[in-house]
Design a protein. Structure first.
Length: 179
């Protein structure tokens, strides 16, 4: 088998594994009170250092359409999980920022999501295989023309992992936060 056939076979295996696992994970979300799309939007806001993102930038990071992102942000704002504000650099732009309540809700669901990922991936692959999988996926991501690394990132690696962004501090709302 030539390398092009091996590439197609590898892609098919990766794609089918991802689809199967994502279906299971999507089903797991029904018990959390948050949809996988809501989680994805919060995930992409929380990954930003100040927990705020321009909607036009958010649209590049999520797997749903621009109009769906806008409607979803509106629903999250109605639930008090995000706040919308005008973009000071673009009069037509909007910035979405996650609230303390939104961070707490994200952290609650993320802990369930991480447990489910560990059960479906971590219990199947050993430590070396997990490291290989992460290295291979990161290499594919960085090589993709659609991948936009954070400016000034000297390592050309994606943003910190989910585990690095969720800790007990996210679960404790501060006293001055009415949300």
């Amino acid at each position: 088998m030539g390398s092009s056939d091996a590439a197609v076979d590898a892609w098919e295996a990766l794609f089918r594994a991802q689809v199967s696992i994502m279906r299971d994970l999507r089903d797991d979300f029904s018990a959390t009170g948050m949809s996988i799309n809501e989680y994805d939007v919060l995930f992409n806001i929380v990954r930003e250092p100040d927990h705020r993102v321009r909607l036009r930038d958010l649209n590049r990071s999520v797997l749903i359409t621009q109009s769906s992102v806008s409607r979803l942000i509106d629903r999250l704002a109605e639930r008090g999980l995000v706040e919308k504000s005008n973009d000071p650099d673009d009069a037509r732009g909007t910035i979405a920022g996650v609230t303390r309540r939104g961070r707490a809700e994200f952290a609650r669901v993320a802990k369930v999501h991480m447990r489910n990922i560990r059960a479906r991936v971590g219990d199947v692959l050993d430590t070396d295989e997990l490291a290989q999988l992460q290295a291979i996926c990161t290499k594919l991501l960085v090589a993709s023309p659609a991948c936009e690394m954070q400016e000034g990132d000297p390592t050309d690696e994606p943003a910190p992992s989910l585990v690095a962004r969720v800790d007990e501090r996210d679960l404790a709302p501060e006293q001055d936060d009415p949300a």
